[in-house]
Design a protein around this ligand. Structure first.
Ligand SMILES: Cc1cc2nc3c(=O)[nH]c(=O)nc-3n(C[C@H](O)[C@H](O)[C@H](O)COP(=O)(O)OP(=O)(O)OC[C@H]3O[C@@H](n4cnc5c(N)ncnc54)[C@H](O)[C@@H]3O)c2cc1C
Ligand SMILES: NC(=O)C1=CN([C@@H]2O[C@H](COP(=O)(O)OP(=O)(O)OC[C@H]3O[C@@H](n4cnc5c(N)ncnc54)[C@H](OP(=O)(O)O)[C@@H]3O)[C@@H](O)[C@H]2O)C=CC1
Ligand SMILES: C=C(O[C@H]1[C@H](O)[C@@H](CO)O[C@H](OP(=O)(O)OP(=O)(O)OC[C@H]2O[C@@H](n3ccc(=O)[nH]c3=O)[C@H](O)[C@@H]2O)[C@@H]1NC(C)=O)C(=O)O
Length: 328
C-alpha cells in the first residue's frame, strides 16, 4: 500500500491515499512535500560492515533535520521503535531483521572547516575516514587516528571511536542532538559522559545530527598526509582488513588486551559456520563468506565462555548486538 503523510504542523498528521505518488518500492510511504521515502522490508546486510542482518520493517534515509523530525513523528504516531544506523561498522543485526523504523544517516551530509577557529563541523552521515583525509589535505592536525575507522561522524560520537591513544572525546567541542520527542540540544563532551568506547548516547533514543571538532590548522599538508597514511599502515599491519568485520569485537579489559586473552585461550582460527576468529588478530571475528548473524553471535558467546573459563573474566562486547538472537 502506498500512502502520503503530511507533517506540516507539529502534532497533526494528514493521511491521504496517493497510489501514484510512490513508484520506488512495492510498499512505501512518502512524506508529503518531502523527497523522502519510508520503505518496508529493506535488507540491512549491505548497510553493515559484517554484511549480515535481515530486513528492516521500515527503512528511511532522511537528508535533513526536517525529514528526520517528520520520520520520528511518523514512528511515534504508529508506536514504532526507531534504530539509528550510521556506517553499520559496529553493528551485529539479527538475521530476523529489526522491527520498527531504521533511520540510515548516510544522506546527512555537509562539512565546514572554519579557519578562524580551527573548528570542523560535519553532519552525522559524513564518513569519518573521509573527514580525516580531507583535514590532512588541508594541513589540519588532530584526526590522523581516525583514518581506518569505517564509520560515520554520528557513530563515532556515540561510540567514542578512537585509535592509537586518541579518541572522539578528545576533540569533540559539541554535538547537535535531537531527542526522541524532537527537542534540539547542543551537548559538550562533558555532557556525554565519555569513557573508553562509550557515551551516554548508547542505548538512548537521541539522534546525533552534527558534530564540531577542534583541530589544529596550519601544518604542512604533506606532513599531515604522511602521518595519516602511517596510521593506516600501522593498522593494516596488525588488523585484518581483507574480510568483513566490525573491528574489535570486545572492549579491552584493564588487565590484558582482549586479543591476547583470546589468543592465549587457543581460539585463533576457531570457526562457527562462516564466522572465524581472525588469525591475524584474535579480537576480530571475520565473515569468511556466507556467515549469518547467528554464526557470528554464537562465536561471540563461545569466545566469551572459553575466555571466562580460562581467565575468569567475562569479555564485554564493543559491537552493538541488535534484534533477536537465541541464547544457546
Ligand atoms: C575494519 C574496522 C576497523 C575498526 N576500527 C576501529 C577503531 O580503531 N576504533 C574504534 O573505535 N572503532 C573501530 N571500528 C568500529 C566502528 O568503525 C566504530 O565504532 C564506528 O565509530 C562506528 O560508526 P558507525 O557510523 O559505523 O556506527 P554504527 O555501527 O552504524 O552504529 C553504532 C551505534 O551508534 C548508533 N548511531 C549511529 N549513528 C547515530 C546517530 N547519528 N545518532 C544516534 N545514534 C547513532 C547506532 O544506533 C549504534 O548504536 C572498526 C570497525 C571496522 C569494521
Ligand atoms: N574489514 C571490513 O569490514 C571493512 C574495512 N574497511 C576499511 O576501513 C577503512 C575505511 O574505509 P572507508 O570508510 O570505506 O573509507 P576509505 O578510507 O576507503 O575512503 C574514504 C574517503 O577518504 C578519501 N581517501 C581515501 N584514501 C585517501 C588517500 N590515500 N589520500 C587522500 N584521500 C583519501 C577518499 O575521499 P574523496 O573521495 O573525497 O577523495 C575516500 O572516498 C579502509 O581501509 C577500508 O579498507 C571498510 C569497510 C569494511
Ligand atoms: C579496532 C578497534 O580499535 C582498536 C584500535 O584500532 C587499536 C589501535 O589503537 O587499539 C585497540 O586494539 P588492540 O588493543 O587489540 O591493539 P593491538 O595493538 O592490536 O593489540 C594490543 C596487544 O594485544 C596483543 N595481541 C593482539 C592480538 C592478538 O591476536 N594477540 C595478541 O597477543 C598484541 O600483541 C598487543 O600487545 C583498539 N581496540 C580496542 C578494543 O580498544 C575497535 O575498537 O574496533
Amino acid at each position: 500500500m502506498v500512502m502520503t503523510l503530511s507533517y506540516d504542523s507539529p502534532g497533526q498528521v494528514n493521511r491521504q491515499s496517493a497510489p501514484d505518488s510512490c513508484q520506488a518500492a512495492p510498499s512505501c510511504i512518502a512524506l508529503l512535500g518531502r523527497d523522502c521515502l519510508i520503505q518496508s522490508k529493506v535488507s540491512l546486510a549491505s548497510f553493515t560492515s559484517y554484511r549480515v542482518g535481515g530486513p528492516a520493517e521500515w527503512y528511511v534515509a532522511p537528508k535533513n533535520l526536517d525529514e528526520i523530525q517528520a520520520c520520528l513523528q511518523w514512528a511515534a504516531e504508529l508506536g514504532l521503535s526507531t534504530t539509528l544506523l550510521g556506517g553499520g561498522s559496529n553493528l551485529l543485526i539479527s538475521d530476523q531483521g529489526l522491527s520498527g523504523l531504521v533511520i540510515g544517516t548516510r544522506a546527512l551530509r555537509h562539512i565546514h572547516f572554519d579557519l578562524a577557529t580551527g573548528r570542523l563541523s560535519a553532519a552525522a552521515g559524513e564518513s569519518l575516514p573521509r573527514l580525516a583525509w580531507k583535514a590532512a589535505r588541508l594541513g589540519w592536525q588532530g584526526l590522523e587516528w581516525a583514518v581506518g575507522i569505517p564509520g560515520t561522524v554520528g557513530g563515532a560520537v556515540v561510540m567514542n571511536a578512537g585509535a592509537h591513544g586518541s579518541c572522539t572525546a578528545d576533540i569533540l567541542v559539541q554535538a547537535d542532538i535531537l531527542s526522541r520527542f524532537g527537542r534540539l540540544e547542543v551537548l559538550t563532551a562533558k555532557d556525554l559522559d565519555y569513557r573508553y568506547r562509550t557515551s551516554n548516547l548508547q542505548n538512548s533514543d537521541r539522534v546525533v545530527l552534527q558534530a564540531t571538532f577542534e583541530l589544529k590548522p596550519g601544518a604542512d599538508p604533506a606532513k599531515v598526509l604522511a602521518d595519516t597514511a602511517e596510521q593506516l599502515q600501522k593498522r593494516r599491519n596488525s588488523q585484518p582488513y581483507h574480510l568483513p568485520s566490525c573491528g574489535s569485537v570486545f572492549r579491552n579489559p584493564g588487565s590484558q588486551p582482549a586479543g591476547w586473552l583470546i589468543e592465549q585461550a587457543g581460539l585463533k582460527g576457531y570457526q562457527i559456520g562462516g564466522a572465524q576468529v581472525a588469525e591475524r588478530h584474535a579480537n576480530f571475528i571475520l565473515n569468511c563468506g556466507g556467515a549469518t548473524a547467528t554464526d557470528i553471535f554464537q562465536l561471540i558467546r563461545h569466545v566469551q565462555q572459553q575466555v571466562e573459563q580460562r581467565w575468569s573474566y567475562l569479555l564485554e562486547p564493543e559491537v552493538r548486538i541488535i534484534g533477536e538472537f537465541q541464547q544457546s
